[in-house]
Design a binder for this molecule. Structure first.
Ligand code: ZN
Length: 109
């Protein structure tokens, strides 16, 4: 799987009270709600659910509200989140996050 070369953000801030994740790149900021990030989780399991039209989050067993347990930078190309529903397999690459808010990536088509 090819990983796009996208610059790392200059800052990453996650406000657990408001549930907003803020990223700042040299060419622009991006903000995501935790619900949006969880619902668009890029892991294979969640992609499969979306392809079948099934809910990624919340599921009947999901604890509400959604909370972030931890966040970890991944090899300089993305960030992974551990959620309070136990899900932690999604890695959000910088290129995907940038694409969601319309910032350009080197490999954008
Ligand atoms: Zn997932």
């Amino acid at each position: 799987m090819a990983v796009a070369e996208s610059p790392a953000p200059e800052s990453v801030e996650i406000d657990r009270n408001t549930g907003v994740a803020s990223f700042v790149w040299a060419d622009g900021p991006a903000q995501f709600s935790l619900e949006d990030l969880r619902g668009n989780c890029p892991c294979a399991e969640c992609r499969g659910l979306r392809e079948r039209g099934l809910p990624v989050w919340p599921k009947p067993s999901s604890p509400l509200p959604l909370k972030l347990e931890s966040a970890e930078l991944v090899g300089g190309w993305g960030i992974s989140f551990s959620w309070n529903d136990g899900h932690a397999t999604g890695i959000y690459s910088w290129s995907v996050l940038r694409a969601w808010v319309g910032l350009e990536s080197d490999d954008s088509v």
